[in-house]
Design a protein around this ligand. Structure first.
Ligand code: GLU
Length: 413
């Protein structure tokens, strides 16, 4: 878009970046359409098919004529199932009126931010962060306050860093555990320590993005802040969805629970905006939440094995180092050892964006640069492919790194 066209846009949108994850997915699609073979470790979505009973429920819904509008905040039956989920899995004592269903987790988050933020408000976003949080904040005219949480802190926000970041204009803190892109998981004790800071700052709302709740490894238990500190319930939006738990990214169903004033505002916004989520997808989500749950444990176990495989293989690539993530399906590898080198095709790797571009061009593997998530030089690798594809991708990445090393070695000699 050229400068003149930008003038037609809303000022906040004109400043915003397109989603880096979607940009990489688009690059992959363009290359594949041109006949190239690309192994995509870029998209953050499970590679499994949606379980059959969920698909059947959607087909049945269509055939039964459930093809009309639903209530804006979602079908009552689904909201009851969402409330039951929050009770069963998170120990949150909520009723269906305390829930909202939206078109994907993204819409839950965006609705909440758009419903509450004004110019000059601040939102604390721990980095590395999911690419869309700061952009959404800016789209709402507010300011993201990025708090960098490095590998020395396990990529997690410390109570001190939180306390330092809170100011009089802070409206929200966004928490995401397990994290996209690092897979970091907050323990109960860590959440309790953050909660203590939040209790001392009653003007701060908390958005807990729990979308990767079920992808947590090594037998660890998932905790969400409203459960850990019930005194925060009245100002916490706990959001989740079916995308990652039931391999339903394309169905676009997210949901949340929070204070009624907030849910009412989100519903008002949604009613003027999309009218709510697809009726058919809502029936599918109802089947997901109320039907057999064995898919969750099965996919967790597959992802845990892949994590072990990936971290082992990535650490064999010269120039990459990767800590063992505790959850989600991402490896977040430092590529510091590649910075400053030159590829066989002559590309100079000055940034992690250069690294991701060169891995795509020269190794045929799509990953996303860490700087898009607020921390470089890293690359995010989504291990949502089968083992053979992951091994092939790691081989390609390793030989890419080896060629850089050899070249530099030769130069040094
Ligand atoms: N959350 C996924 C990711 O990070 C899907 C793409 C997106 O919405 O950013 O890759």
């Amino acid at each position: 878009m050229n400068h003149e066209d930008l003038q037609h846009l809303n000022v906040h949108l004109a400043k915003a970046q397109a989603s880096a994850t979607y940009r990489m997915m688009d690059h992959v699609a363009v290359r594949r359409a041109a006949g190239a073979r690309v192994l995509s470790l870029s998209a953050g979505e499970p590679d499994f098919d949606t379980p059959v009973h969920i698909c059947d429920a959607a087909v049945d819904a269509i055939r039964a004529g459930h093809t009309r509008y639903t209530q804006v905040a979602g079908m009552r039956s689904l909201r009851e199932a969402v409330a039951a989920k929050f009770q069963r899995e998170n120990g949150l004592d909520v009723s269906w009126q305390d829930t909202i269903v939206c078109g994907g987790g993204k819409q839950v988050i965006y609705n909440a931010l758009a419903a509450t933020l004004n110019e000059g408000d601040e939102v604390i976003v721990p980095a590395p962060y999911w690419v869309s949080y700061p952009e959404m904040v800016q789209l709402c005219g507010a300011t993201p306050v990025i708090v960098t949480c490095g590998s020395e802190d396990g990529f997690k926000l410390t109570p001190q860093a939180l306390a330092d970041a809170i100011g009089p204009r802070t409206r929200w803190l966004i928490l995401n555990s397990p994290s996209n892109p690092t897979g970091a998981v907050y323990t109960r004790e860590e959440l309790a320590a953050l909660a203590a800071v939040l209790l001392a700052n009653p003007h701060v709302l908390i958005l807990s993005d729990d979308i990767y709740e079920h992808l947590i490894f090594d037998g660890a238990t998932f905790h969400t802040i409203a459960q850990v500190e019930p005194r925060l319930i009245s100002r916490t939006l706990t959001m989740n969805g079916v995308s990652k738990a039931y391999a339903m990214t394309g169905w676009r169903i997210g949901f949340g629970t929070g204070p009624r004033w907030l849910l009412d505002a989100m519903e008002k916004l949604q009613g003027q905006q999309t009218s709510g989520a697809s009726a058919i997808s809502q029936h599918a989500a109802l089947a997901a939440l109320t039907g057999p749950q064995n898919f969750i444990a099965e996919s967790r176990s597959v992802f845990e094995q892949r994590r072990d495989l990936m971290v082992k293989l990535l650490n064999q690539a010269p120039g990459l180092t990767c800590a063992l993530p505790s959850g989600a399906f991402y490896a977040f590898a430092s590529c510091e050892g590649l910075i400053g080198r030159t590829t066989p095709a002559g590309a100079k790797l000055n940034t992690d964006e250069d690294v991701a571009a060169a891995i795509l061009d020269e190794a045929g593997v799509a990953v996303v640069q860490g700087s898009a998530f607020g921390l470089g030089p890293y690359i995010r690798i989504a291990y949502a492919l089968d083992d053979d594809a992951l091994i092939e991708a790691c081989r390609a990445i390793t030989s890419f790194c080896q060629l850089l090393s050899q070249e530099n070695h030769a130069v040094a000699e």
